[in-house]
Ligand binder design. Structure first.
Ligand code: 5GP
Length: 190
């Protein structure tokens, strides 16, 4: 998606070799107009697919997911991150390794909000090693619901998550795919 790529080129900041900061329009301050365009693009990509629910993970996925949900006309459920292992019984749970901190944490979704008949589009801001997406897929499958696909804002295609998830047969649509990046030369797209 050219609009997002242009915005990343203009305002994205590469930290080290593997972190892209997009705080000025996506991860801290949010450009809602851009989100609307992204939501419409996801709607176009998943045209013809039956989707009953959007699932994302707190915190950064929520804004994008909410705006996209308006285009799809479905509710958003976000998986909550929890440090306590003392989890009540009426939730689905899985584990995610944080890309930025390296720590493993549990994510939970109430069984009330993921039902066996649901056709779920998973939305997240970044795809790196694929741990967040794997965790979300696992919640959907535990519920007996169907993963229609994933809609990702920024996929760092030089990291293994995208290939791993597509190899599992899950459709992944990324609005910007970063081929390579460095502090010196900035970001190059696929
Ligand atoms: P993964 O689980 O695929 O390794 O990483 C995805 C998650 O880590 C996303 O939910 C996102 O919050 C975070 N993340 C991974 N890479 C980046 C990055 O380069 N920049 C930012 N801002 N977040 C990232």
């Amino acid at each position: 998606m050219k609009l997002l790529e242009d915005r990343i080129r203009k305002d994205g900041k590469v930290k080290g070799t593997d972190v892209l900061k997009v705080d000025s329009f996506l991860n801290h301050q949010m450009d809602v107009e851009l989100f609307v365009q992204m939501g419409q693009e996801l709607k176009r990509l998943y045209q013809g697919e039956e989707i009953t629910k959007i699932l994302t993970i707190e915190a950064s996925g929520i804004g994008i997911a909410c705006i996209a949900a308006q285009c799809f006309g479905v509710p958003v459920v976000f998986a909550k991150k929890t440090k306590t292992r003392n989890i009540a019984g009426d939730v689905y749970t899985s584990k995610v390794e944080s890309f930025t901190h390296g720590k493993v944490y549990d994510i939970i979704v109430s069984k009330e909000f993921l039902l066996p008949g649901d056709k779920v589009l998973i939305i997240d801001d970044f795809l790196a090693n694929g741990s967040a997406l794997m965790g979300l897929i696992s919640l959907v499958r535990d519920a007996g619901a169907t993963v229609v696909g994933a809609g990702i804002a920024v996929e760092k295609a030089f990291q293994p998550g995208g290939k791993m998830i597509r190899d599992m047969g899950v459709r992944v649509e990324s609005l910007a795919r970063v081929k390579s990046m460095s502090e010196e030369n900035g970001v190059e797209f696929c």
